[in-house]
Design a binder for this molecule. Structure first.
Ligand code: ADP
Ligand code: MG
Length: 717
C-alpha cells in the first residue's frame, strides 16, 4: 500500500499572496485580507456558504416561496413610491413574463441609478429570494443581469459562463466585494491552484471511503459539475465536502493518535498497591464511595500500575465527588514513596483542597503543603524547601506550583483540577516537574462524549456519572429585577433556618471598577438595610490572599451567613450548608459558568435554590441560556445546549486546547465522519509504527505541517 501523493512537498504557490491572481489588485487585496484570507491556501479553504442553481431559468409562475430563484422577465412598470405606514421611500419594479408578474423592491438605493437601469421594456435575468406577503410575491434587492434587445438568451448564457448555465458558488464576503467579482477570483484560483493542494490520505483508506483527492474535491466544492445534486450540496452531503472533512479529521486524529502512542512508549512509574494508606482512609471517611467513584478509581489504578505514564481525564459533573477520587489516587502514589502535586485555578479552591486533604493526610501520618502566589515570602521559602527535600508528601497550589524554582524530590502524580481553566502548556509544565509522572486532570465541564474524544483524544477518559446519595434537586427560578423582593424573602427564610447563601456578581475583568462597585455596594446594603440581623461577607479577586482566606473561613464556619462575591467562587467551592445561590446580571454569564455557580449549592441534605436575576435588557441568546438553566440540572444537557448556542469553536476553545482550527469540518454536523477518521488514523499510526515506515513519510510531513509546533509540545506534554 502506498500513500497517494500528488505533491511531495507543499507547492510554493500555496503560500503566495492572493495578488498573484489576475484581477486581485491593491483595491481587492485588503478586502480579501479582511476575510482572513492571506494566502492561496487560505482562499482554497474558503468554501462557498451556499449554491445557486443557474442551469435553467424558471417562469414566473414556477417560482417557489422562500427560495433563491433565477428567472427572466421584462420590466412592466418602474418607479419610486412611498410606503403608507413608515413613510419610507422605496423603488419598485414590476416584471412579467408570459406566465405572470412579480414585484421587485429596493429600500435603500441610489436614484436615478435604478430608474436608468430598469426602463419599461428592459429585459433581464433576475436572481433573488421569493417572499410572499399574503397574495403578493416580491423580491427585495434582487441581483440582475441585463439582456440587450438584440441579444438572445442563449448568447447571454454563453457569453458569461461564470454567471449562467451552472450551479454557482456563493461566498461569505465583506462589504465592497460582489459575488460576481468573487466568482471570477475563485474560478481562477481553482483552475490554477487546486492541483497543488496536498492530498496524502493513504490509498486504501481513500478507496474504502470513496474519497476524492483534495484537488478534485476543491474543484467540485467550489465549482460543482452536473454530476452533483444541488440538494446534497445544500445539505453539505456532497462527496467533495465529505472528502475534505475526512481529510481534515484524519490529520487531527493522526496527531492525537501519535500523542497517545508517544505516551505509551514513555517509561513511567509502575505503582504498586500496599493499601497502607487507602484502606485506613476508607475507614475514616464519613461515607462510602459511590459506585461511579469506585469504578473510575479502578480505571485510575489500572493506569497507575502500568509501566507507562497515566494521562487520564476525570470528568464528573459539579458535586460528583472528584476530589475524593483524587485523594485516593494521591495516596496510592504516596504509598510508593512518591510526591503528589494538586494544581487548582484559584487560590480559594487551592486553599479548600488543602483543607480537605491536610487533615486526612495528618491522620495517616503524612504531610500536605500549600503553595500560593500570594503567600508571605518566608512561608513560601519554607514550603519550597520541604517540597524539594521530600518532607511534604502532597502539595496543593495554584499556578505557583508550575513556576521555575519549584522542585520536587520525587513527583509521581500530578493532578490538575478544573482542567478547562488551564492549557496544554500548563499540563506539560507540571509533568516536567517530575520524570514522567502520572497525570490526572479533572473537569466538571461536561463535554459531550464525542467531543471530548476529539478534544482530549490523547487522554483516556473516566466519567463519574452519578452523584453521591441524598442530593435533592435544586430549584432554579428566574426573577425580573422588579421581583427581587421575592428572591430576598426566600433568602431570608433560608438564613433564618440556619442555612447560608451566596449572592454573585459578574466580573468580566478583575479590574473593572463598576462591577466591583456593584458587588461592594450590594454587600453594604445587604448588611445595613436588607438583612441587618445576619452577618454579610464580601469576597472578590482583588483582595489579598489572607483577607480572602479570612472571609472564606468565616463562611465555612457559618459565622458569615450571606456571602456577596464576584465570580472568584465559581469553581469548586464546597460549603454544604449553603442552600441559596442568587446570581445578579445572570444574563452576563455563560451557561457553563451558571451551571458551575449553581453547583455551589445542593451539596448537603437540604433543599437548595438557584435564583437568577437578569439585567433589565438582555439578548435572545441570554434568554435561551436562562431558560436552559430553569429547565434542567443535567450537566450533559446543559453542555449540549451550550454547544448549540455558542457553536463548537467557541465552546471548545480549540486554540487554548492546543488543537488546530477546523477549516471545513463542523464538530456538530460531522461527528460521524470524525468517528471513521479517528478509527482509520489510530489504526494507521499503529500499522506504520508511529509513522516511521517509508510509505508514511509524506503523511508524516503533512501532519507536521498542519499541527506545527503544537504536536511536539503535546507529545512531550
Ligand atoms: P466535585 O466533583 O464538584 O469536585 P467534590 O469533590 O467537591 O465535587 O464533592 C462534593 C461534595 O460531595 C463534598 O462535600 C464531598 O465531601 C461529598 N462527597 C464526595 N463523595 C461522596 C460520597 N461517596 N458520599 C457522600 N458524599 C460525598
Ligand atoms: Mg471540585
Amino acid at each position: 500500500m502506498s500513500a497517494t501523493n500528488l505533491s511531495d512537498h507543499l507547492h510554493p504557490a500555496l503560500n503566495k499572496r492572493l495578488d498573484i491572481l489576475r484581477g486581485v489588485g491593491p483595491r481587492m487585496l485588503p478586502k480579501l485580507q479582511k476575510l482572513g484570507l492571506k494566502t492561496i491556501e487560505d482562499a482554497l479553504y474558503h468554501l462557498p456558504i451556499r449554491y445557486e442553481d443557474r442551469r435553467q431559468f424558471k417562469t414566473i409562475n414556477q417560482l417557489t416561496d422562500n427560495q433563491q430563484e433565477v428567472f427572466v422577465g421584462s420590466v412592466l412598470a418602474s418607479g419610486e413610491t412611498v410606503t403608507t405606514r413608515s413613510r419610507r421611500r422605496i423603488y419598485e419594479v414590476i416584471v412579467g413574463d408570459k406566465t405572470g408578474k412579480i414585484s421587485l423592491k429596493w429600500f435603500r438605493y441610489r436614484n436615478p441609478w435604478l430608474q436608468k437601469r430598469f426602463p419599461v421594456g428592459q429585459k433581464a435575468v433576475f436572481i433573488g429570494e421569493i417572499k410572499r406577503f399574503a397574495a403578493i410575491r416580491e423580491i427585495h434587492h434582487p441581483d440582475s443581469e441585463l439582456i440587450n434587445s438584440d441579444q438572445d438568451l442563449q448568447q447571454l448564457l454563453q457569453s458569461d459562463p461564470l454567471s449562467f448555465g451552472r450551479i454557482l458558488p456563493v461566498y461569505a464576503l465583506t462589504e465592497g466585494l460582489t459575488q460576481k467579482q468573487a466568482r471570477k477570483v475563485w474560478h481562477q484560483l481553482i483552475e490554477e491552484n487546486a492541483a497543488y493542494a496536498p492530498s496524502c490520505i493513504p490509498a486504501n483508506i481513500q478507496q474504502k471511503y470513496h474519497l476524492m483527492t483534495v484537488p478534485e474535491a476543491m474543484q467540485q466544492v467550489h465549482w460543482p459539475d452536473d454530476s452533483v445534486s444541488l440538494d446534497d450540496l445544500e445539505k453539505g452531503r456532497d462527496k467533495a465536502r465529505y472528502s475534505l472533512v475526512f481529510d481534515e479529521f484524519f490529520y487531527l486524529e493522526l496527531g492525537l493518535a501519535l500523542k497517545r502512542a508517544g505516551v505509551q512508549l514513555e517509561e513511567g512509574i509502575a505503582f504498586k498497591f500496599t493499601h497502607k494508606y487507602t484502606i485506613p482512609l476508607n475507614k475514616i471517611l464519613p461515607f462510602k464511595l459511590t459506585d461511579a467513584q469506585r469504578r473510575v478509581l479502578g480505571e485510575i489504578k489500572h493506569d497507575m500500575m502500568a509501566p507507562h505514564p497515566m494521562h487520564r481525564l476525570l470528568q464528573g459533573d459539579v458535586g460528583s465527588g472528584k476530589t475524593l477520587v483524587a485523594l485516593m489516587a494521591a495516596l496510592i502514589a504516596i504509598e510508593n514513596q512518591a510526591q503528589v502535586a494538586v494544581v487548582a485555578p484559584t487560590e480559594i479552591l487551592a486553599e479548600q483542597h488543602y483543607r480537605t486533604f491536610s487533615p486526612c493526610l495528618e491522620k495517616l501520618g503524612l504531610k500536605a503543603g500549600l503553595l500560593l502566589g500570594g503567600m508571605p515570602v518566608a512561608a513560601k521559602r519554607e514550603a519550597l524547601q520541604q517540597i524539594a527535600q521530600g518532607k511534604i508528601d502532597l502539595v496543593v497550589g495554584t499556578h505557583a506550583v508550575l513556576q521555575e524554582g519549584v522542585e520536587f524530590h520525587r513527583l509521581g502524580l500530578g493532578i490538575v483540577d478544573e482542567q478547562h481553566r488551564f492549557g496544554v502548556r500548563q499540563r506539560s509544565l507540571l509533568k516536567h516537574k517530575g520524570s514522567n509522572p502520572d497525570m490526572l486532570v479533572m473537569t466538571a465541564t461536561p463535554i459531550p462524549r464525542t467531543l471530548s474524544m476529539t478534544l482530549y483524544g490523547d487522554l483516556s477518559v473516566s466519567v463519574i456519572d452519578q452523584l453521591p446519595p441524598g442530593r435533592k434537586p435544586i430549584t432554579t427560578r428566574r426573577f425580573s429585577s422588579s421581583q427581587r423582593e421575592q428572591a430576598y424573602r426566600l433568602i431570608h427564610q433560608e438564613l433564618q433556618q440556619g442555612r447560608q447563601a451566596y449572592v454573585v456578581y459578574p466580573l468580566v475583568e478583575e479590574s473593572e471598577k463598576s462591577d466591583l462597585q456593584a458587588a461592594t455596594g450590594a454587600a453594604e446594603s445587604f448588611a445595613k438595610d436588607i438583612f441587618p440581623e445576619f452577618n454579610v461577607g464580601l469576597l472578590h479577586g482583588q483582595m489579598k490572599t489572607a483577607e480572602k482566606d479570612a472571609v472564606m473561613n468565616s463562611f465555612r464556619h457559618g459565622d458569615v451567613q450571606l456571602l456577596v462575591a464576584t465570580t472568584v467562587i465559581e469553581v469548586g467551592v464546597d460549603v454544604p450548608n449553603a442552600t441559596v445561590m442568587m446570581i445578579e446580571h445572570a444574563d452576563r454569564f455563560g451557561l457553563s459558568q451558571l451551571h458551575q455557580l449553581r453547583g455551589r449549592v445542593g451539596r448537603g441534605a437540604e433543599k437548595s435554590y438557584c435564583l437568577l436575576i437578569p439585567s433589565e435588557h438582555y439578548s435572545e441568546d441570554a434568554a435561551r441560556r436562562l431558560r436552559v438553566m430553569v429547565e434542567t440540572e443535567d450537566g450533559f444537557r446543559i453542555a449540549e445546549a451550550d454547544l448549540e448556542i455558542r457553536g463548537p469553536g467557541d465552546f471548545l476553545g480549540t486554540r487554548q486546547a492546543g488543537l488546530p482550527d477546523f477549516r471545513v469540518a463542523s464538530l456538530l454536523k460531522d461527528i460521524r465522519i470524525l468517528e471513521s477518521a479517528r478509527q482509520e488514523a489510530f489504526a494507521y499510526v499503529q500499522k506504520t509504527n508511529q509513522l516511521t515506515t517509508k510509505e508514511a513519510e509524506p503523511v508524516k510531513r503533512e501532519l507536521l505541517r498542519r499541527w506545527g509546533g503544537r504536536l511536539e509540545l503535546a507529545v512531550i506534554g
